[in-house]
Design a protein around this ligand. Sequence first.
Ligand code: TYM
Length: 334
Amino acid sequence: MEEKKVLFSAIQPSGILTIGNYLGALRNFKKLQDDYNSIFSVADLHTLTVRQDPATLRKNVYELTALYLACGIDPEKSVLFVQSHVSAHAELTWVLNTICYPGELSRMTQFKEKSKSHEDNINMGLMDYPVLMASDILLYQTDIVPVGADQKQHLELSRDIAIRFNNRFGETFKVPDGYISKTAARVMSLQEPMKKMSKSDANLNAFISMDDDTDTVIRKFKRAITDSDNRIIFSEDKPGISNLLTIYSAVSDKSIEEAEKEFMGCGYGDFKLKVGEAVAAITEPIRLEKNRLLANKDYLDDVLKAGAERAERIAYRTLSKVYKKVGLVPRKRG
Ligand code: TYM
């Protein structure tokens, strides 16, 4: 039988997760985990690039672990682990740093955006963020990386780094492909639909958190910005309506055309209510299951322990190969 290909993805445990993270990433993870040898990580080291309260960060790592499981990641099938538990991630980053250049890293859109939004803390980690991300991916000889559209540039850099290393030191890394879903790869803000939906938006009505209860979800959709012409069609000059249609199509597994047909002649108020109800029907059971899992920290610790052991075995195989290729002398043991 043919070996399954390898899938890797990660999410930052930076507090609130939105339906953007769910529709752009988590939902696809569940769909893909049977077809691949899947590895999912809680990217806690990435989160340190923005100032964190230590106690809150610790809590957020468990929150995200529980959310992964509540969204259907099966720890028997897939590897689920915390990035900092496998030190090979930080170690490979050091080596890859020596073949990356400040020019290419400072050109990254996310670096430029975060440098603006965190002007008081433009640290080296913020700039090095994509190299750590490349290490995450390359350590597992990954074939595909499912992510939302905002991570595309980082993914391309990971490919460039893999190719550059292979050219310089000989075949070492698999060159990964991105997997960006056709629907909902970029869920937009409910208040400013030209902007990406983001958990850090100061306007709480702009995003749906995976922690929002049904009433809150529906209330936020009722307040979503639309336009004044009352036609429910997908069109570039109707960003608000198009975003709602995209969200509806993703949660109902219907095409945009089917969604347009369903709402033909419907008023905006009714439409927004229906979208809110359809989203809440998905998020509410996940929220309840996540809270149930969070009450059992021992179970979460067991899952993460087993995950780190499995991840470590694979990661160190690649790291030793890298160390050997660049000329580091292997440590003698025993
Ligand atoms: P993060 O934690 O910001 O987001 C996690 C995933 O959610 C997707 N996403 C969205 N998708 C659609 N619409 C949106 N509005 C939206 N907002 C976020 C992101 O594209 C991502 O897939 N650097 C990564 C984490 C990471 C990683 C990796 C990913 C670390 N190492 C290795 C893949 C492979 C990040 O910050 O994602």
